[in-house]
Design a binder for this molecule. Structure first.
Ligand SMILES: [Zn+2]
Ligand SMILES: [Zn+2]
Length: 259
């Protein structure tokens, strides 16, 4: 199993999860927060094309996660998984029969060799879901757009072999920024985004010897830096900052393999 961030941040998020088993390869795109042209460029950089995708999973309705998901599903016949709440928030656009599949907290989804396990998180969207993905041997946890930790989300990301974890902002940089007070309160609130120290706490609570890859994601370009995020996560799991991968808004993070 391997995965590749195609880019992460408020300008757009997309992540490919791939599992090869015998002659079958299954690929899920988790979030699709780019225009179709941009997505194609980024997929090509990862050695893929749109028709290589078996499903798209949209975590919530914010534009940096939805992007061209509906058009992609409509034009390329790719099943689109999302929560009912997210779909309602998007205005329930028309899709051909059977193309739309509803995801719910606690209900596993099978896409070829991959199983997705969606779970509820606190974020300012109608029914946001994050997820873990497994091929039966390896497990990747994906946790971005989360305002605060909960016992439920912590339980969902235990024993992951890889974790993509939001490190949105450094609290001091956010407090000092020129953002309006209302926006600062939203970002730093319980339904906003994870600060580096909150992400570090979550990592400390799910870290174990088998956790091979930690990817810091959804960094604010104004109120964070790759070095600050990497330092915070490294300290939480006894690693060196260089051991933490930081997903770039433009370049993503390249393929990371679990083997
Ligand atoms: Zn986002
Ligand atoms: Zn969001």
């Amino acid at each position: 199993m391997r995965f590749c961030s195609l880019g992460s941040g408020s300008s757009g998020n997309a992540l490919v999860v791939e599992s090869r088993c015998g002659t079958t390869t299954s690929r899920v795109l988790v979030d699709c927060g780019f225009s179709q042209r941009e997505l194609q460029t980024r997929l090509a950089r990862a050695g893929l094309a749109v028709d290589d995708l078996d499903a798209v999973f949209v975590t919530h309705e914010h534009g940096d996660h939805v992007g061209c998901a509906v058009t992609l599903s409509r034009r390329h016949g790719i099943p689109l998984w999302t929560s009912r709440g997210t779909w309602r928030a998007l205005g329930e656009p028309a899709l051909p029969e059977g193309r739309l599949r509803f995801a719910r907290d606690g209900e596993p989804i099978t896409v070829g060799n991959l199983q997705l396990h969606p779970f509820t998180v606190p974020h300012d969207a109608l029914e946001p879901l994050q997820l873990s993905c497994t091929d039966g041997q390896w497990r990747l946890g994906v946790l971005t757009d989360v305002g605060s930790s909960t016992a439920h989300l912590l339980a969902q990301i235990q024993r992951c072999d890889a974790l993509v974890l939001e490190c949105n902002h450094d609290r001091t940089l956010l407090a000092q920024s020129r953002y309006p007070a209302s926006l600062k309160a939203r970002i730093d609130g319980p339904h906003g985004h994870l600060a580096n120290d909150s992400a570090a706490q979550i990592l400390a609570q799910c870290h174990h010897a088998g956790l091979r890859h930690v990817v810091a994601a959804h960094l604010s370009e104004q109120n964070n830096s790759p070095a600050l995020a990497a330092e915070a996560l490294a300290a939480a799991c006894g690693a060196r900052p260089a051991d933490i991968t930081v997903a770039d808004p433009a370049k993503g993070a390249g393929w990371l393999t679990l083997k």
